[in-house]
Design a protein. Structure first.
Length: 440
C-alpha cells in the first residue's frame, strides 16, 4: 500500500482521491476547504492554504508519505514539488520549472517554436503597454488577448466575440497592464477557428499514456452563451474519441504532446505528472489553445471513474519514471454536469444548504464529487465556486446524459443551477455540424 499526499480540495481532487482510494492508497490530504468527499477517504487532513508550501512539506514529513499528487496549478507555480522532492517525497506532478508550460503562456509558445512542434499559433508577447497598443493597430490576424501569467482561466478575450472593435481591444490591454492582471504582461495569439477538445496524458518525464478525449463547456449558460467559467460540464465517448474528432486527428494531438514532453526533457526540465492539452480542431488539424500542468476540472471527473488501471500505481509509475503506455479505461461514455451556485460566473449566491443523496446517485449509474462545499453548523453549504460534479455513465453519450439527469434529481439545494444541455444530442450535433463546416 502506498502512502500518498494529495494537495487540493476541489471536485477534481475529490475524483483523484476516490481513484487513489479505490486502488488501495493511504491518503494524507492537504486542502484549504474541508471537502467532505476527500476527508472521509483520508487517514489525516491538514486544513491549510494550498500555497503554504512549508506547512504542507512538514505535514508530508510527519505523515511519512512516500509520494505526492498535486491537484491545482497554483502550488505547482509556487514550487511545491521542488520542496517535497528535497525532503525525499516522490511527486507525480511537475516541478516549478516544468509547470511553466502552464504558468507562462509565452514559455509554452516559444518552446513549440524553438522545437518546431506542430500545432502552434501565431503569437506576440509584450511587457510594455505602448508596444502592445502599437501591435494591435495592424495585427496580422484576428487576435486573442491573454494575460501572460495565471488568471484561473478567466483572463482570455477573443476578438469578434468579447472584443468587438479596436477600442475594446485597446481598453482590455490597458486593463491588463494597469491592474497588473496575471502579473507578466500580455500575449496576443492568432485566433483559431474550429471546435475544442481536451486530451490529457499521464507522463513520467519521457513516456506518455493517453486518456480518453473530453469536451468541456466553459460558458455559463445553456447554448454555450454567457461568461467563461472554470467549466460547467463535460463529456467523453465510449470509443474515447469524440463525435467530431477522428482517430487521425487525435493521434496528431497526441504526437504534439509527446513532442512537448521530449522538448522539455531535452531542455533539462523533464515533465512528470498529468499534462492537459486543450486543442482547437481547425481545418488544418489540431492547434494548441493551452497546456496545463494538471488534470482539467471537470475533465478529471470524466476519466477517473472509468480508469481500470489503479491510479495509485499510475502515480507511483509517473513519479518513479517507470510508466508504460498501457493505461486502461472502460469503454463507457461519461457526461459530467456541475451543480453551481446561482450567479456563478458573475457573482455567486453562496452559503446555501445543499444535499446529495449518494445512494440515489449510484443507483442511477452515476457518481458525484464534492467541490466547493463545506460543513457549516452541521449542514453542508455552497461556497462561491462550483458545488458538486455529477457524472453519469452509459454505453453512449446519450445514455450517460440520461443517467446524469437521473442522478441530478438526487442533489437538492437552495440557489443552485445546472447546465442541463450538456451531453444532449442537440448540442453534440451542433458541434459535429460546425466541424463539418470548418472542414469545408
Ligand atoms: P484559455 O483560458 O486559454 O483556455 O481560454 C479560454 C477560452 O478562450 C478557450 O476555451 C477558447 O474558447 C478561447 N481561446 C483561447 N485561445 C484561443 C485562440 N488562440 N483561438 C481561439 N480561441 C481561443
Ligand atoms: N476545464 C478547464 C481547466 O481545467 O482548465
Amino acid at each position: 500500500m502506498i502512502k500518498i499526499l494529495t494537495v487540493g480540495g476541489g471536485g477534481r481532487e475529490h475524483a483523484a482521491v476516490e481513484a487513489l482510494h479505490r486502488s488501495g492508497a493511504e491518503i494524507y490530504a492537504a486542502m484549504s476547504t474541508n471537502n467532505p468527499g476527500i476527508s472521509r477517504r483520508a487517514v489525516k487532513v491538514l486544513k491549510v492554504s494550498e500555497m503554504d508550501v512549508a506547512s504542507i512539506v512538514e505535514f508530508a514529513q510527519e505523515s511519512g508519505v512516500e509520494y505526492a499528487f498535486i491537484g491545482p496549478e497554483a502550488p505547482l507555480g509556487e514550487g511545491i514539488v521542488d520542496s517535497l522532492t528535497e525532503v525525499g517525497v516522490k511527486c507525480a506532478s511537475p516541478s516549478k520549472d516544468a509547470a511553466r508550460i502552464e504558468t507562462s503562456k509565452s514559455f509554452m509558445r516559444e518552446l513549440l517554436d524553438s522545437h518546431n512542434i506542430d500545432g502552434n499559433l501565431g503569437h506576440a508577447t509584450f511587457h510594455d503597454l505602448k508596444d502592445a497598443l502599437a501591435y494591435i493597430e495592424d495585427a496580422p490576424y484576428e487576435l486573442v488577448v491573454k494575460p501572460v501569467g495565471l488568471t484561473g482561466g478567466k483572463g482570455v478575450k477573443v476578438q469578434g466575440e468579447h472584443l468587438l472593435n479596436l477600442e475594446d481591444t485597446a481598453a482590455y490591454v490597458r486593463e491588463i497592464f494597469e491592474q497588473d492582471i496575471g502579473g507578466a504582461g500580455v500575449i496576443f495569439e492568432e485566433r483559431a477557428i474550429g471546435e475544442e477538445f481536451t486530451l490529457m496524458v499521464f507522463c513520467d518525464g519521457s513516456t506518455i499514456a493517453p486518456m480518453p478525449l473530453v469536451q468541456d463547456h466553459k460558458r455559463a449558460f445553456e447554448g454555450d452563451v454567457g461568461p467563461n467559467t472554470g467549466g460547467m460540464g463535460s463529456y467523453s465517448a465510449e470509443d474515447h474519441l469524440l463525435p467530431f474528432v477522428e482517430k487521425g486527428e487525435r493521434d496528431a494531438a497526441l504526437r504534439i504532446l509527446k513532442d512537448i514532453v521530449d522538448a522539455m526533457a531535452s531542455e533539462g526540465c523533464p515533465y512528470v505528472g498529468v499534462m492537459y492539452g486543450q486543442f482547437m480542431l481547425t481545418r488544418d488539424g489540431p492547434r494548441i489553445i493551452e497546456i496545463n500542468a494538471r488534470f482539467g476540472d471537470p475533465e478529471a471527473m470524466n476519466v477517473l471513474p472509468i480508469l481500470k488501471t489503479g491510479f495509485a500505481d499510475i502515480c507511483k509509475a509517473m513519479a518513479d519514471g517507470s510508466l508504460t503506455e498501457e493505461v486502461d479505461f472502460k469503454n463507457v461514455a461519461t457526461v459530467c454536469k456541475y451543480v453551481v451556485p446561482e450567479g456563478y460566473g458573475v457573482k455567486s449566491v453562496s452559503g446555501k444548504p445543499i444535499y446529495v443523496d449518494e445512494r440515489g446517485v449510484i443507483d442511477s449509474s452515476a457518481v458525484s464529487y464534492y467541490a466547493n462545499v463545506f460543513m457549516h453548523e452541521g449542514v453542508l453549504v455552497t461556497g462561491s465556486s462550483r458545488s458538486v460534479g455529477v457524472v453519469g455513465m452509459g454505453g453512449s453519450i446519450s445514455a450517460a446524459e440520461a443517467n446524469c439527469e437521473k442522478a441530478l434529481s438526487f442533489v437538492r439545494g437552495e440557489a443552485i443551477r445546472v447546465r442541463h444541455d450538456i451531453g444532449k444530442p442537440e448540442i453534440v450535433q451542433k458541434r459535429v455540424e460546425h466541424m463539418r463546416q470548418v472542414r469545408g
